[in-house]
Design a protein. Structure first.
Length: 235
């Protein structure tokens, strides 16, 4: 989901377009998907009536799970890849899930959803492969799209704490690029989340997989805007 300098390119599923058809099978086999998706869904706790945005929704697995867990929630899936969106729409139809899929990058979220509209935004296995500038732009746009008090939930490759996890993570880096993945592997994503204006940034779980460790993060958009430094507080 990487936007290039020309804004016309992104990293396809598994790093290469030729592998897109294998994405679901590889993710299930190599990342202990059932474990981290179940943990992410429990952390997200979707509720009827909420607007939930899945950024980098890929083939729609999480979006359809969200809809099944909260049938009256408005679930929006966003991804820049038209091929995986076609797969996501087909999967949603097969599962009877009414998900609104839209084409776009993480940096487009507030434009596609609107400002202060989403109750929760979730993203899985996306931010590790995005260049730092794209990570910042995506988090800023997500922050703008969330209502005050709204929640951000991310499941992604995070700090690879041990030599074995760092070695296993090289498989991901071979597909998604060393430069783009370096910050996430060093544990730098929480700092970028806080830099975007979120508060209460937490790493809530670390799950070891055959491709490195996956971290679950949670953060909130502040309920009140910080006082502008040029303004004086009212008495």
């Amino acid at each position: 989901m990487t936007r290039s300098a020309s804004s016309a390119e992104f990293t396809p599923a598994l790093g290469h377009r030729s592998l897109t058809g294998l994405y679901d099978a590889v993710i299930a086999l190599m990342t202990r998907e059932r474990i981290w998706r179940a943990a992410l869904l429990a952390q997200l706790a979707p509720r009827d009536g909420e607007t939930i945005v899945d950024v980098g929704c890929g083939t729609g697995t999480l979006a359809t799970l969200l809809k099944a867990a909260a049938p009256e929630a408005a679930v929006i899936g966003i991804d820049p890849d038209p091929e995986v969106l076609d797969r996501a729409r087909a999967k949603a139809r097969d599962r009877g899930a009414d998900v609104n899929f839209r084409q776009g990058f993480a940096g487009d979220v507030s434009g596609l959803v609107g400002r202060d509209r989403a109750d929760k935004v979730v993203s899985s296995l996306v931010f590790h492969q995005v260049p730092i500038a794209g990570k910042r732009a995506g988090l800023a746009s997500i922050h703008a799209a969330l209502r005050p008090g709204g929640e951000l939930h991310i499941a992604d490759y995070g700090w690879q704490r041990t030599a074995s996890m760092r070695l296993l993570f090289r498989q991901v880096q071979a597909l998604d690029g060393v430069e783009n993945t370096r910050l996430s592997a060093a544990g730098g994503l929480p700092d970028l989340i806080a830099e975007a204006g979120f508060e209460g940034v937490e790493e809530r779980a670390v799950i070891a997989t055959a491709t490195g460790s996956i971290s679950l993060y949670r953060a909130e958009k502040p309920r009140h805007r910080p006082l502008d430094q040029t303004e004086e507080p009212h008495a």
